[in-house]
Design a protein. Sequence first.
Length: 113
Amino acid sequence: FVLSMTGNHTTYNAMTYRYETTQPPKLRKLMYMNDQKTCMIFIDDRNSTTEEPRCQLLQPAKYADEEVPTDCQKVYDDNCRGLNITVYYSECKNLTEVPLQDYLNSLRPPQAC
């Protein structure tokens, strides 16, 4: 990821990172970070204020297995309406990453009819 300052900000308030491996990196602005720095909410740039915000609530790896802090959850709930998708599950953190092609190559060929 790459940190940046947008507008008239004098401190870093955004970062560019790739969320989906099939998409190019995208700039996301920091909406909120709690005082303990255990939770932050980033928002995608929108074409207009009438467009629903697309937010990502993130927790550093050290805190990812903890509950989302109440203050952070409230900011998210108040500002990030729409579809919620959980992309992190603690039981998955120690799984080995396998490239898709390797996985596909490991499957048995389909049986002939």
